[in-house]
Design a protein around this ligand. Structure first.
Ligand code: ADP
Ligand code: MG
Length: 937
């Protein structure tokens, strides 16, 4: 045991060195460098080559310098250009450059294992065990380097510069620090450390070109002990990891030491993110895969709540562009399904096999697109589910005596269940922790399969038994399997194309682009993410099942990370978030080697370069590029602010007279609108009891008390103004009422019930809807799309229902509601314009339309008049009054005192986080305190 721990310490010191490199690079760039382990491998390879002609110490120094140079180059070429990109892009860039590096190592040094002769020969006795001198050097080096680096960061100017960049690159550059040069140095240092770790440990192990990714993962695990910043904790984490592995190997089975260590890592990461876990636990209560919560809790709902005007019978129009895309997708799927029998007839056996495998990876890519493209989740563990499906279909007959069909059903079902469990655990993790956790999953799965020869066949794999028959016809001939695979491709692509344009897809668009916005629209983001995760795992499992039947055999590479790299690279190349990108891109990736006749030698290098280049310069991919261009063409044909397309007139029932449709419906008499407020004889038929109440709401941000014991009550049918100077706490109060912020103390009550603990989306789905002071929109969407997204909570039906005919009716209805609300705010003519093309004022109005589409019972509007013209101001006032008159409680934050005084029934004044006074506009106008605090001028 003691001997095992000694060995573990040596391995742990290496993990620590890798982790310290990752943490150092992360500090200056906020990028987790997935290529770290590849520098480790590079160092060993270079040293092994140089050690022939040169003395060993020179070779070692040379190797470290080469690695440092490679790290600097990596930063300059690919990481720096990606600094402002999304986390997923950054990770893909580092993953791609790591693959490219390992591909380059493969090309230069070949596929064989290599080692290095020891610098320090011999062993020594330590208490009850023995350790090589080389091992002692490794541990001592790790400890000394950690100490030196820590001192360097905290005691030297260069270290201070690095830490300043870590805190804020913009502050750093304003202080005259050369951010690029310092960051380059940090990456060089980090890669040099990895190379050094490599040459130090090389005499004690063998590595080959593909060892890098696993080493990265080890380094990341060590670094995550230190929260990706503390070096001493990283050292401790690395050593602990090594020892645990050694103990596991000693006690159980050496093949299972890594899986055990990784499981431990997942446990630690999950515990560190307890908040996420608790949230996830709530999600589990709601996970019924085919149903996402629509408007729930009837008990909260007053009967006959306000309906906006003119909602048509279900089943009305999608925007032409979406309807066209749906039809074309259905057509393409049908064409594939129809062409498949012909292909099976006429294609020769070799190409039949090539295309069958292609089809399998297209299926996996389709599932991945739902996650990566539509949900925005970078899951690197998709192959684990593909492999699980494949293994289960091979093993279920053996283990449980199932027939082939039952085995398939069980394989897919268990994969989905596994995804539900895994998803519940990891979806709460932030950015790179999620991606890394899924990567760990795939790597661990492969190691488990490799390490269990008895149960899972070990490295040599397992055969797939039995004959697959349908109606007495065997499906096991290559032609029929080809047919089955491509019909499945068509079916899944069709299903996906429907799902992503359904209500579920609208929700995903919001979740991907802005969690707060999604919550404001009542989208249960966690539920949607989990459903997407499970569904895409199910698709991957179907791919795995087909793969197993195709190969008649399953082995560990099928389940590991690299087994699915074709799907990932193909999808990126074809275009994320396009459905058909998977087909096009995977076809290119798998067919190019066939045509160019290039061997395996260059494949990894090409993949790596492709992945990096696509992520950096071609993020739309092939289909995205073509589709985008097609959309621009389509828009210039159909849209245009002046002439509305014919269907519009059908949509707008309350607009028989064209000019009036531009006006807010309930304001036929324009001059009167000025008087509306001063005639608060407005229908008082509404429940006079407050619907939404904040009771002594307090919110502290560190030392700042943004809201301090605020009491506010919003009554149906009333517009409640909230005024106060900048920084008075208005937006904070609104966020507390909407559930976006949780109060430090105090309570929020809705309909008399305490809703303080409800998440924002839940409150929004009950009808408490907010707009944002700075308008927020998903990128690349049209006004109509955004308004329809706002109506999310008005429909029901989840992922699977979305694909059916009812799903079409529902999403059509949401678009109808959206159109109606665009009309109410006067944006009907802009409906097909991209949000990014709107003026600030129009964006404000669109925010309002998005909120109205949720049919709010409480509308919380944060400075909706900002950026509006005087004319628009007036119309806004009329609109808000009409909203209130339909029974909605409105909270209006506004700077324009005349607007507030004219429109509001009641006004609350805040200053410095505290409530100054609250009352009727007339009282406020004469209140001395208010004049002093706010109206003073
Ligand atoms: P208003 O909307 O009235 O202009 P806010 O509610 O936005 O004011 O802000 C009130 C105070 O709270 C300000 O001093 C602001 O700096 C602070 N504040 C708001 N949000 C945050 C936050 N997320 N973190 C720290 N301080 C905040
Ligand atoms: Mg504000």
């Amino acid at each position: 045991m003691f001997q095992a721990i000694l060995g573990g310490l040596v391995a742990g010191a290496i993990y620590a060195l890798l982790g310290i490199g990752i943490a150092t690079a992360f500090r200056v760039s906020k990028v987790v460098n997935l290529a770290q382990g590849n520098f480790f491998v590079l160092g060993i390879m270079v040293a092994a080559s140089l050690a022939g002609p040169l003395p060993l110490p020179v070779a070692v120094l040379g190797a470290v310098l080469v690695c440092a140079g490679a790290g600097a180059l990596q930063y300059r070429l690919v990481i720096r250009p990606a600094l402002s990109a999304a986390h997923a892009t950054q990770l893909l860039v580092t993953l791609g450059s790591g693959l490219a590096l390992s591909g380059a190592v493969r090309v230069v040094w070949g596929p064989d294992d290599r080692s290095l002769r020891a610098m320090f020969e011999g062993t020594t006795r330590i208490w009850h065990g023995r350790l090589t001198y080389q091992g002692i050097v490794v541990v001592v080096a790790a400890v000394l380097l950690t100490a030196a680096l820590t001192l360097f960061l905290h005691r030297t100017d260069a270290g201070l510069r690095m830490r300043t960049i870590a805190d804020s690159p913009s502050v750093a550059s304003s202080l005259g620090i050369n951010v690029a040069r310092t960051s380059t140095a940090a990456f060089a240092l980090s890669a040099g450390l990895a190379g050094l770790a490599g040459v130090l440990i090389a005499p004690l192990l063998f590595v080959n070109f593909s060892s890098g990714l696993l080493m990265t993962v080890y380094g990341f695990v060590a670094a995550s002990f230190g929260g990706l910043s503390s070096l001493p904790l990283t050292l401790a984490g690395g050593l602990a990891l090594g020892c645990l592995e050694a103990i596991a190997a000693h006690q159980f089975d050496s093949a299972l030491k890594t899986p055990l260590a990784m499981t431990l890592f997942l446990a630690i990461v999950l515990v560190r993110n307890r908040g996420g876990l608790i949230q996830q636990a709530r999600v589990v209560q709601r996970i019924v895969p085919w149903r996402t919560p629509g408007r729930g809790r009837p008990s909260f709902r007053a009967p006959g709540a306000a309906l906006p005007t003119g909602v048509k019978a279900p089943g009305a129009a999608l925007p032409a562009r979406k309807a066209f895309w749906r039809r074309r997708s259905a057509g393409t799927a049908a064409a594939i399904a129809l062409a498949a029998p012909l292909g099976a007839q006429f294609i020769d056996p070799y190409w039949l096999s090539v295309l069958s495998f292609l089809g399998v990876f297209v299926i996996v890519g389709l599932g991945l697109d739902l996650l990566l493209g539509y949900t925005g989740l970078l899951s690197l563990g998709q192959t684990a589910f593909m492999g699980l499906g494949a293994y289960l279909v091979a093993l279920a007959p053996k283990w449980w005596g199932l027939g082939p069909w039952a085995a398939i059903a069980v394989a897919v079902l268990i994969s989905c269940l596994a995804a539900a469990v895994v998803g519940t655990l990891v979806l709460g993790l932030r950015g790179y922790y999620f991606a890394l956790a899924t990567l760990v999953l795939a790597i661990t799965a492969e190691l488990v399969a490799n390490g269990s020869p008895g149960l899972l066949g070990g490295p040599s794999g397992v055969d797939v038994p039995g004959e697959l028959k349908l109606f007495g016809i065997s499906l096991d001939t290559p032609e029929r399997l080809f047919l089955v695979i491509w019909v499945m491709v068509a079916a899944i692509a069709f299903l996906l194309s429907r799902t992503v344009t359904s209500r579920f897809g609208l929700g995903l668009d919001l979740v991907r682009s802005d969690p707060d916005l999604a919550a404001a629209a009542g989208v249960p983001a966690d539920v949607l993410k989990l459903q997407a995760f499970v569904f895409s795992a199910g698709i991957a499992a179907v791919g795995g099942v087909l793969y197993a039947y195709l190969l008649r055999f399953v082995s560990p590479p099928a389940i590991g990370f690299e087994g699915g790299i074709d799907a990932l690279v193909g999808l990126m190349l074809g275009g994320l978030g396009t459905v058909w990108g998977a087909l096009v891109g995977v076809a290119v990736v798998r067919l190019l080697p066939e045509w160019t006749g290039s061997s395996d030698t260059y494949q990894l290098l090409i993949y790596g370069v492709l992945l990096t280049a696509i992520a950096l310069v071609f993020p739309r991919g092939i289909v995205g590029k073509v589709g985008h261009w097609g959309r621009d063409v389509g828009r210039s044909r159909t849209a245009g602010p002046k002439r509305l397309p014919a269907p519009a007139s059908r949509q707008v029932p309350s607009a028989p007279t064209a000019p009036a449709s531009r006006q807010v419906p309930s304001a036929p008499t324009a001059p009167a609108s000025r008087q509306v407020p001063s005639a608060p004889a407005a229908p008082r038929s509404h429940d006079p009891r407050p619907l939404l109440e904040g009771r002594s709401l307090t919110k502290r941000f560190g030392g700042v008390t943004a809201a301090d014991g605020i009491d506010i009550a919003l009554v149906p049918g009333e517009v409640h103004g909230l005024i106060g100077p900048n920084g008075a706490g208005k937006s904070t109060t609104l966020a507390l009422l909407s559930g976006r912020l949780r109060p430090t103390s105090g309570a929020v009550r809705f309909g008399g019930k305490d809703v303080t603990a409800l998440p924002a989306w839940d409150l929004a789905s009950l009808g408490v809807v907010q707009t944002f002071q700075i308008p927020r929109f998903p990128a690349d969407q049209t006004c109509w799309d955004v308004a329809a997204m706002g109506a999310f909570s008005q429909g029901s039906g989840g992922l699977l229902q979305g694909a059916g005919p009812r799903g079409s009716r529902v999403v059509g209805m949401l678009y109808d509601i959206g159109l109606d609300c665009l009309e109410r705010v006067g944006l009907l003519g802009q409906r097909d314009r991209l949000v990014s093309e709107l003026s600030t004022g129009q964006q404000k109005l669109l925010e309002l339309a998005r909120a109205l589409a949720a049919r709010p019972r409480v509308l919380l509007a944060d400075e909706p008049a900002g950026g509006l013209s005087a004319d628009e101001h007036e119309r806004l006032g009329v609109l808000l009054r009409s909203v209130a008159e339909q029974g909605t409680a409105v909270l209006l934050i506004e700077h324009s005192v005349p607007l507030v005084m004219n429109v509001c029934d009641r006004v609350t004044v805040l200053a410095e986080g505290r409530l100054v006074t609250s009352g009727r506009p007339r009282e406020i106008r004469t209140n001395q305190e208010v004049i002093d605090a706010y109206l003073g001028t």
